[in-house]
Design a protein around this ligand. Structure first.
Ligand code: PBG
Length: 331
């Protein structure tokens, strides 16, 4: 006898809100969020970033309030990016290892005020410090020189660690940088400093507003395609991740996020390592533009996308929406 009704009714468990909650597989928590923050020189300064509506650069004193806010919201960690004063940017990026640079001031201030109660990530890459906006040092042909850059990245990392950062996050995509930094950390007795490697970082059109925020966009001539990954490649992303794990990374990042959910999933299936995603500036700006154009509701758009990152396999997400999302999740 043929049943006059569908043998399986998947709609049954979707009927009521309590049941949808009961059956939900992927649930976000504030502990999944990392808040990227931009630091600027001065005192009492909040400077909005024009291309990132709702995001500002903060002087160190006001940055401390944002870090306090993160802490109260249950966000475990913040990631710091400097807008280096123009006069301190140079060909050789020396400001990156100045013990009193903006980032070091910020890290020390956070440590003084909050101790070890919140994690601090410092980005390792030279673009906020170079006069030309590239992540590395240029050779005489204008090519980003790999091995010379490694030495600079090591100095930059040790400088951030001396200031008290918990995690160094190399975002430069030079070959061998995780190994070089890990070796230097061990040699200097910093066995417990984490390396969160931007392992699969693509040469993306979604970074524009970030470059505006750190002030490197106008300086940058050309692009970053000789070191960041090509959007067509996934095997190469897996090789990058495998190398970074072998060189001593504690966690890896896929960046940007949303256009690369397949890379996140592939990484999770292949490696037993925490994978993070960066919902980058262009992704944020596009949502904001969509909200302004009445495409949809901000909360619904943001929570759906953040859930997708976690469903794809992320241990956590770097997002400018971290406080917004945490507020919603905390009810
Ligand atoms: C550069 C860096 C970039 C971002 C984080 N670190 C930009 C780039 O590679 O040009 C982008 C983050 C974002 O767009 O939100 N080291």
């Amino acid at each position: 006898m043929t049943a006059a009704f569908p043998a399986t009714r998947l709609r049954r468990t979707r009927t009521h809100e309590w049941s949808r909650r009961l059956h939900r597989q992927t649930v976000l928590s504030p502990a999944d969020l990392i808040w990227p923050l931009f630091v600027i020189d001065g005192e009492g300064v909040e400077q909005p970033v024009a291309s990132l509506p709702g995001v500002s650069r903060w002087s160190v004193d006001l940055l401390l309030d944002r870090v306090g806010e993160a802490s109260e919201l249950g966000i475990p960690c913040v990631a710091l990016f400097p807008n280096t004063p123009a006069g301190l940017r140079s060909e050789a990026a020396e400001e990156a290892w100045n013990p009193d640079n903006l980032i070091c001031q910020a890290v020390r201030a956070i440590r003084d005020r909050y101790g070890d109660s919140i994690g601090v990530i410092c980005d390792v890459a030279l673009d906020p410090y170079t006069s030309h906006g590239q992540d590395g040092l240029l050779d005489e042909h204008g090519y980003v020189a790999n091995d010379a850059t490694l030495e600079a990245l090591v100095k930059q990392s040790l400088n951030q660690v001396a200031a008290g950062t918990d995690i160094v996050a190399p975002s430069d995509m030079m070959d061998g940088r995780v190994g070089a930094i890990r070796q230097a950390l061990e040699d200097a007795g910093h066995a417990n400093i984490q390396i969160m490697s931007y392992a699969a970082k693509y040469a993306s059109a979604f970074y524009g507003p970030f470059r505006d925020a750190v002030g490197s966009g106008d300086r940058l001539k050309g692009d970053k395609r000789t070191y960041q990954l090509d959007a067509g490649n996934s095997d190469e992303a897996m090789r990058e991740i495998a190398l970074d794990i072998a060189e001593g990374a504690d966690s890896v990042m896929v960046k940007p996020g949303l256009a690369y959910l397949d890379i996140i999933r592939m990484a999770r299936d292949r490696f037993d390592v925490p994978v993070f995603a960066y919902q980058v500036s262009g992704e944020y700006a596009l949502i904001e533009a969509g909200v302004a154009a009445n495409v949809g509701d901000r909360e619904a758009l943001v929570m759906e996308k953040l859930t997708a990152f976690k469903r794809a396999g992320c241990a956590g997400v770097l997002t400018y929406y971290a406080p917004f999302a945490a507020r919603i999740l905390n009810g």
